[in-house]
Design a protein around this ligand. Structure first.
Ligand SMILES: [Zn+2]
Ligand SMILES: [Zn+2]
Length: 136
């Protein structure tokens, strides 16, 4: 079991944070946007509450319209560009943390894989996790 808080930082260390409590859910997303973002086959998102996150350092912001029709706001380090979290401005307390920036990444085992319809053919979803063809 991981010990909380867990520290996190962007690649250059300009942004640091503490995650105070376990995420509510950890999801892997295989959509094309997440493949671009992660420069990999999928991205990992940890659903956490705003109150469970203590961030220090300057963040820059970029927003786009998601497939759901909601706005997705992305927060990232202005120096190294590392993405720290996303959120929907209509639900400012629900933070979609990009948790590969955590020091202890042993907690990052997704229990659900979404947008499997856009998944890379060579990647096999592990047994026993939930899947969704698109958004859950
Ligand atoms: Zn940085
Ligand atoms: Zn995605």
């Amino acid at each position: 079991m991981a010990n909380y808080p867990i520290s996190g930082a962007c690649q250059c260390g300009g942004v640091t944070y503490k995650l105070l409590a376990p995420p509510k859910l950890i999801a892997a997303c295989h959509c094309k946007e997440c493949q671009k973002l992660s420069t990999s086959a999928f991205s990992i998102t940890a659903m956490v509450e705003l109150k469970d996150l203590e961030i220090s350092g300057e963040l820059q912001e970029w927003r786009r319209l998601a497939d759901s029709g909601n706005t997705s706001v992305a927060k990232f380090c202005p120096t190294c560009g590392n993405r720290i979290y996303h959120f929907d401005p209509n639900k400012p307390n629900d933070i979609k943390l990009k948790p590969s920036t955590l020091e202890d990444t042993s907690i990052l085992q997704p229990s659900v894989h979404i947008w499997v319809s856009e998944k890379q053919d060579w990647y096999e979803i592990p047994e026993g996790v939930k899947i969704a063809q698109k958004q859950t």
